[in-house]
Design a binder for this molecule. Structure first.
Ligand SMILES: Cc1cc2nc3c(=O)[nH]c(=O)nc-3n(C[C@H](O)[C@H](O)[C@H](O)COP(=O)(O)OP(=O)(O)OC[C@H]3O[C@@H](n4cnc5c(N)ncnc54)[C@H](O)[C@@H]3O)c2cc1C
Ligand code: FES
Length: 251
């Protein structure tokens, strides 16, 4: 884990006005793994003073990319950065995806901004078949950037399958069922909960990346608990996750 004074390089507006920022951050670029995140101090002076967590979206050489939409003050401040600004970044943090081991097909299930960690993971999946089930409430909330073999679902039917990406995943069993597959997912909790139930019932190999409000980002403040399924207290999303085995947690 590093605290790096990174150099803000650029901001790009992707499809649907999603923001992609590029920072020069050599220490984090060399050590980050897919599914990890960084805690970014969005401002040295203004409100909000707390850092904000963002998934590592991609790494190219000594540059790190983060993808976000404007939620509140923190993300709004990030859009005001200009080339050459210094950005204080803590990371890489948390336990990322396990992409090693015996599987030949990767099934990505991403809802909304839950697409953010997958361009980086996709890079580590060379040689595997990849299918990306990408969902959003409507067409303008579907984020496909950096993903491969994308199957789209929208709640309102404005693009692709009308329904959820978990329903579409269930319908398209021919893509993965007779293969050694592993599911990698990130998105809103209701999506993760639906997928969790399905994967436990079917005994699918699955990893869920969970988001919640965070403060410190590395296990000190106890501000990001998630209930353990064995009844034995809580895990911390920032330190024990954000990627979990669906059998270990309760939403
Ligand atoms: C491990 C992790 C990885 C993340 N990766 C990304 C990413 O790659 N891209 C991205 O856009 N966002 C990501 N998030 C969520 C991101 O941290 C929040 O969107 C951000 O903190 C909002 O800051 P803000 O100051 O703009 O909004 P705030 O003013 O803090 O909040 C605005 C609104 O968003 C809600 N909100 C805040 N944080 C979250 C959250 N974590 N989940 C759901 N709702 C929230 C608040 O309740 C409030 O309604 C991630 C969160 C975690 C924990
Ligand atoms: S955010 Fe502080 S313990 Fe997780």
């Amino acid at each position: 884990m590093f605290i790096e004074k990174a150099r803000f390089e650029s901001i790009e507006h992707l499809e649907n006005n999603i923001h992609l920022i590029k920072v020069y951050s050599p220490s984090i670029a060399h050590s980050a793994k897919p599914g990890q995140f960084c805690n970014i101090k969005v401002s040295e002076t203004d409100f909000p003073l707390l850092r904000r967590p963002f998934s590592v979206c991609n790494v190219e050489g000594e540059h790190v990319y983060f993808m976000f939409d404007i939620h509140g003050e923190g993300t709004k401040l990030l859009t005001k950065k200009i080339s050459g600004d210094e950005l204080d970044i803590l990371g890489p943090l948390g336990k990322g995806f396990d992409y090693e081991g015996d599987f030949d097909t990767a099934v990505i299930v991403a809802g909304g901004l839950g697409s953010a960690p997958f361009p980086f993971l996709t890079k580590y999946l060379t040689g595997k078949n990849i299918f990306s089930f990408v969902g959003g409430r409507s067409k303008n909330l579907v984020i496909k950037w950096g993903l491969q073999n994308v199957l789209v679902s929208t709640d309102d039917g404005s693009e692709g399958f009308k329904g959820t990406n978990v329903e579409l995943f269930q319908l398209k069993t021919e893509l993965y069922q007779n293969k050694k597959f592993r599911v990698f997912a990130c998105g809103p909790n209701p999506m993760l909960k639906a997928l969790q139930g399905l994967c436990i019932a079917k005994n699918y190999d699955c990893q869920l990346s969970v988001e919640c409000a965070m403060a410190c980002g590395f296990g000190i403040c106890q501000g990001c608990p998630i209930e353990k399924s064995d009844g034995d207290g809580y895990l911390l999303v920032c330190k024990d996750g954000p990627v979990f085995n669906p059998k270990d947690i309760i939403f």
